[in-house]
Design a protein around this ligand. Structure first.
Ligand SMILES: NC(=O)c1ccc[n+]([C@@H]2O[C@H](COP(=O)([O-])OP(=O)(O)OC[C@H]3O[C@@H](n4cnc5c(N)ncnc54)[C@H](OP(=O)(O)O)[C@@H]3O)[C@@H](O)[C@H]2O)c1
Length: 257
């Protein structure tokens, strides 16, 4: 039995993965943005161990999440699943002055990786759209460019793979992988999404706990439990170092060695 923490598990793929893990006898801690969503989450999966509360769109909320997660004890696996989507019609600025898509999708997994006690496995939710992402960090907060929601999302999901691969390289004692769940009709995916909903939460749960040798690797990117093609920038060490250093500057915290 593993202890697993899943961010953004009040709904969608995070909650679905939690259900799979609980059904297999694992101990799962959920996460919701505020007390009201935590109440919904607890009601949706009463068998979960608990619900950590915090808004991942700002640094103070990210720190609250890390503090509560650490107070509950060390996790065997953490799934960085929380995300916001590609249909943001305008740049939403967070209270830290960042673009919301970057804050929730990139800075939050970075800061939580830094702050939560190191688990055995880390899993980062990316997307097939990461392949169209641009690793350039010239204007990651979209303050100079005209807003393009799908591009901002694709960039953020590329950065998730970059982060997963950087952690795999720098923390050889941890299995760190990324995946795409496919395009499925969650709140984010929208009603017209074509992929198989029943398969979508499986890979993140599998990477978190399975003893299948295919899951016990590091620095992989998966689709439906199979290795899949990544944007080549994700394996580029200078790109990885630049992202880590940029996030460290925003968060005021370097990834521990
Ligand atoms: N669905 C797809 O087709 C698809 C495709 C590729 C990749 N993905 C990735 O899969 C992951 C899960 O997506 P999903 O489809 O399950 O999306 P979803 O149904 O919209 O669920 C997203 C989860 O993240 C939480 N969340 C969002 N912003 C938050 C914030 N500021 N603070 C705390 N929690 C926050 C949401 O909370 P609330 O319930 O309170 O909003 C919800 O629990 C994402 O990383 C996404 O990029 C999804």
């Amino acid at each position: 039995m593993s202890r697993v923490f899943i961010t953004g598990s009040s709904d969608g793929l995070g909650l679905m993965a939690a259900r799979l893990l609980v059904a297999d006898g694992h101990s799962v801690t959920l996460h919701a943005r505020d007390q009201a969503r935590a109440d919904d989450t607890r009601a949706a999966l009463p068998q979960a161990d608990g619900v950590v509360i915090g808004d991942l769109s700002h640094l103070a909320g990210m720190r609250q999440v890390a503090e509560q997660a650490n107070a509950s004890g060390r996790f065997d696996a953490i799934i960085h699943n929380a995300g916001i989507g590609y249909r943001e019609v305008r740049r939403v600025e967070t209270q830290d002055g960042l673009a919301g898509v970057f804050a929730v999708n990139v800075l939050a997994p970075y800061l939580l990786t830094c702050l939560i006690e190191r688990p055995d496995r880390l899993v980062y939710l990316s997307s097939g759209m990461h392949r169209g992402g641009d690793p350039d960090l010239d204007d990651p907060q979209w303050t100079r460019r005209r807003w393009n929601g799908p591009q901002a999302y694709s960039d953020s999901k590329l950065f998730d793979v970059v982060l997963a691969f950087a952690v795999a390289r720098l923390w050889p004692d941890v299995l760190s992988n990324a995946l795409t769940p496919g395009w499925v009709p969650t709140k984010m995916g929208g009603p017209g999404a074509p992929d198989d909903m029943s398969l979508a939460p499986v890979t993140q749960a599998w990477l978190a706990v399975s003893t299948d040798p295919a899951a016990m690797v590091s620095g992989g990117y998966f689709y439906h439990k199979q290795p899949a093609e990544t944007n080549p920038a994700a394996r580029d060490v200078p790109v990885q170092d630049e992202l880590l250093s940029y996030c460290a500057g925003l968060a005021g915290l370097k990834l521990p060695g």
